[in-house]
Design a protein around this ligand. Structure first.
Ligand code: BEZ
Length: 219
């Protein structure tokens, strides 16, 4: 039977909904907590589950990489604070790390609903594995959705942050399988020869008028 509840759908470019929540590092107001940073906000189906345990361990180990990129990370699971604390002990013990970012205790599912993290046809209680990458203006810049059974790839999360930050501040896009340091694509909208020379002093290769490759501008 289809639901009559209005579905809250977040789209790229929307303002990330603000909320107040209890976390393992105290109560936060989300936008205020982010400050002028970027944010990776990711959900976990449930506490004391194996895939989530490995993901949270990896995120904690990569904290230095997120810090370098001015990115704050925050997790969410639909269990309470006491449960989170017990689980964090297990994560620290088994994943050779110390949890170093907050986990939202979303027992009533308010934040999960706000962000569309519960997909009833997958599971009507637990969240899917959502990732929202939010910029310092609080705009949603990237979303990924994985099922509970597939752990996320944190190398890919760092890769897309690098692409988002590069393409936000320079007039390029990143091509297939791009990684930090690889050639970039010049935005087709840039056609003025003087602007091209100023923005791409290292030069470019033109294969088609719309397909021009240039060395990564900020390297
Ligand atoms: C996990 O995190 O391991 C998991 C959670 C829910 C379903 C399957 C796996």
């Amino acid at each position: 039977m289809s639901s009559t509840l209005p579905l809250h759908v977040i789209q790229l470019g929307d303002e990330a909904p603000d909320f107040t929540a209890q976390t393992t590092e105290g109560e936060i107001r989300f936008h205020q907590w982010m400050g002028d940073n970027w944010c990776v906000f990711f959900s976990h189906p449930k506490d004391f589950t194996p895939v989530c345990t490995t993901e949270l361990g990896e995120a904690a180990r990569l904290k230095g990489e997120f810090d370098k990129r001015n990115v704050k990370i925050i997790g969410l699971s639909v269990d309470g604070l006491q449960s989170h604390q017990g689980w964090i002990n297990d994560i620290n013990e088994t994943q050779n790390t110390t949890m170093n970012f907050p986990m939202i205790a979303d027992k009533e599912g308010k934040v999960s609903q706000l962000y569309g993290m519960i997909h009833p046809k997958a599971d009507d209680t637990f969240t899917v594995r959502s990732v929202f990458i939010i910029d310092p203006d609080k705009k949603v810049r990237l979303m990924m959705t994985y099922p509970a059974s597939t752990g996320r790839n944190f190398a890919e999360i760092l890769r897309v942050i690098d692409s988002l930050q590069l393409t936000t501040y320079h007039s390029v896009a990143t091509p297939v399988n791009w990684n930090e340091g690889d050639e970039c694509v010049i935005l087709p909208s840039i056609t003025d020869p003087e602007e091209l020379k100023r923005k791409f002093p290292k030069g470019w290769k033109e294969m088609k008028p719309y397909l021009r490759m240039t060395p990564q501008p900020n390297k």
